[in-house]
Every structure is written in C-alpha cells, then in structure tokens.
Design a protein around this ligand. Sequence first.
Ligand SMILES: NC(=O)c1ccc[n+]([C@@H]2O[C@H](COP(=O)([O-])OP(=O)(O)OC[C@H]3O[C@@H](n4cnc5c(N)ncnc54)[C@H](O)[C@@H]3O)[C@@H](O)[C@H]2O)c1
Length: 398
Amino acid sequence: MRVAIIGQGYVGLTIAVGAAGAGHTVVGFDVNQDLVDQLNSGKSHIEGISDSQLAGYITSGLFTASVDPSVLEGSDVIVIAVPTPLNDDRNPDLSFVHAAADLITKNVTNTKLIINESTSYPGTLRGEIAALITHSGVAHFYASSPERVDPGNKEWNLKNTPRLIGGLSPEAVAKAKEFYASFCDSIIEVSSPEVAEAAKIFENTFRQVNIALVNEFAQISDALGISSREVIEAAATKPYGFMPFNPGPGVGGHCIPVDPSYLAHVANEVGVPATFIKRANEVNLAMPAYVVKRVVAGAGGSITGKSVVVVGVSYKANVADTRETPAAAVIDLLRAQGANVVWHDDLVGSWRGECSAALGAFDIAIVVTKHDGVSDAAINASKYVFDCTGTIAGVDGI
Ligand SMILES: NC(=O)c1ccc[n+]([C@@H]2O[C@H](COP(=O)([O-])OP(=O)(O)OC[C@H]3O[C@@H](n4cnc5c(N)ncnc54)[C@H](O)[C@@H]3O)[C@@H](O)[C@H]2O)c1
C-alpha cells in the first residue's frame, strides 16, 4: 500500500517505520521543514528508531518525508498522528486534528482509508474529523486506532502491543485490519470508533489515578515514618487483586498528564463530573511542591544560596522527552526559594535555554529521573541527596 502519515513525531515516525518494514511505501508528512530535512538525511529524532534503520528505508525507496500536502493524494491510506494537547484552561486543544482534517479536505479528491491514531475523546473521528472532511464531497473510509506506543519500552512495541480498531463502517474496519495486520501481531476489533477512543483515554486515566493514589500514599507513609516503597512491595506479594504503582515527583509526557483531561471534558459535557480525574490531577500537580518541601526540611530548613543539581529532567528514564516534565516545576520552586539550581541530563542536552551541567559536589542533588548511564557515585558526591526514583540506597526520598 501507499501510506501517508500526517505528523512525524513519536507516533507518526514509529508507524512510518513499522509500515515501511512491512513493505509499504510510506510518505511522512509534517509541517516542520527542519524535521522533514532531518528525516530525509537519515537522522531519527526518537529513541527506538535508529538512524541506520531509517536510512535503510530511505535508500530502498520505502520512506520519504515531505512538507508537500499533495503527497496525500497519492496514497491509499492516510494516518493522522498529530498532537492533542491541552489549552491554557486544561481543556482539549483539537486545532492540530482540525488542521489535519483540513489538509485532507483541501488536497484529497479520491476515496482513501483515513485512520486517526491521535489520542482524543470518544466522538473525535466521527464529529471532529469525518464531519469536517465530508464537506469535500469525497466519501472516505474512516477508522480509529489509538496509538499505544510506550517510547523506550524494550518489551512492548508497535508489533507486539495489541491494536484496537473501530470504524465508521464495516468496510473501513476491514481495510484498517488489513493495513495493521501487515505489521502488528494482534488486532482487536471493537464495535465503534468511540469504544476504541474511550479505551485509550481510560487506560491512561487508570494510570493517572493510580499514580496519584500512590503519590498520596507516599506522603501518608512518610508522615507515619514507614517506607511507602517497602509497603507497596509487601502488598504486591498478594497474588491477585493488587497492582503496584510507584510514587514519584509528578507525571510527565504527552499522555498521562493530558489524556485524562480529555475524558473529564467529555464527561462534563454529558453532565457527569469526573471527580477522580480532577483530584488525581491536583495530587500529581502538587508533587513538585511536596518534593521541594521535603528537600528544604532534609537539607536543614533553608535552601537559600545553596547549590542544587536536579538530576534527570526528562519525564521518564532513558528518553529525552521533556514534555510536561515535573522537573520544570521542581526547578522553578527551588529557584523561588533562592537556591542556585543547575540540572544534569545528557540525554536532553539543552532545555529551556540552559544546558546540562556536569555532576559534582553540590550542596544538594535531587534525582527526578534516573537514566541508565548515570552513576549513584556521581550523584552521591553531593552533600545531601533526595531521590524521587527509589533507586539509590541509603538516601532520603519518596
Ligand atoms: N508520545 C507518545 O508516547 C504517545 C503514545 C500514544 C499516543 N500518543 C498520541 O499520539 C498523538 C501524537 O503524539 P506524538 O507524541 O507523536 O506528538 P509529537 O509532538 O511528537 O509529533 C507530532 C508531529 O505532528 C506535526 N504536526 C503538527 N501539526 C501538523 C499538521 N497540521 N500536519 C502535519 N504535521 C503536523 C508536528 O510538527 C510534530 O512533528 C497525540 O495525540 C498523542 O497523545 C502519543
């Protein structure tokens, strides 16, 4: 098949490489000229896809990137993989999805299979994509297959993670199944795109709420003088009915801090208040302040004028993604209390106009995220260490 993918970020490029690997001819369309140039020169910007893999597909003619929307017309399948962030009021911002629908409306005159992989609330494929494109007068096939990729996960990937599919017609579902079956092991058909869309945001809401619960529990445990991590480990010995989650400095990335608010938004519209999501957001967003409070107490009551290194500013280990990272709030709160703060993260390199600093003998080291290459010894060179990851023995932390 000839496949066009709108958006060449974490999701779009992953699908592009998966589809090229199955022998499809893929064009990765993106509005970012620099990214398109970088991809066409064989340089991948995400973990899990190597430069050599990308270069191989370019050389064999199975992958090209483009900023030219006319490439959409030459494809059989169009996959939408654009951002679905929150606006300043923490409500869904579907402007990127609408822009993708607009691109298809203006540039495609023949019937295609159009698949949305962007995460959004139930009703998005039907009401926010198909309803807009219908104005073009072309009758397309529409399916929803929300992406479940977990960047950096070595066990679960595009191929072996089961894929949900729901479509606006049986033909759309059949075509989408044929496409995904060429590079995914397991396909699960659901009765409507709304079920597929809702499943994706419910999965991430489940994580968000459980992380908030364990973050609150960590605060209770600390006040009681017991280790939350030891309690969680003990509880996890129960062979049924318990699933362990780990406390941390908050939640980051494009999914957990964002997707549940899409569910809360649509719940509100149908008159059901999503109280768990609201409370979970409050708890998770308050974790950086809790970390700083513990650090101030642990470091003797004041951090004014003290040298602090924040170790790991990406939102999770072994990835360079800093979207929604709690490290930002931790650093801002430390600086507001007069600390001299630098950060160390060689995977990220530069961020918010600052560069990664070398580890050394600081007054305080706060470990927000710990990549595999960072040694405990280098962190422990600082006088006081606070570990949010639960991986450094014998120091304070959550
Ligand atoms: N990152 C993840 O781990 C992950 C996992 C599952 C699902 N998702 C979902 O997948 C979607 C995409 O996320 P992502 O992480 O790939 O985002 P991203 O920010 O990494 O990439 C999005 C890309 O889309 C491009 N883009 C924006 N508007 C465009 C347009 N009108 N036309 C063409 N390209 C456009 C951007 O330039 C960017 O390169 C989101 O809905 C997200 O919630 C992400």
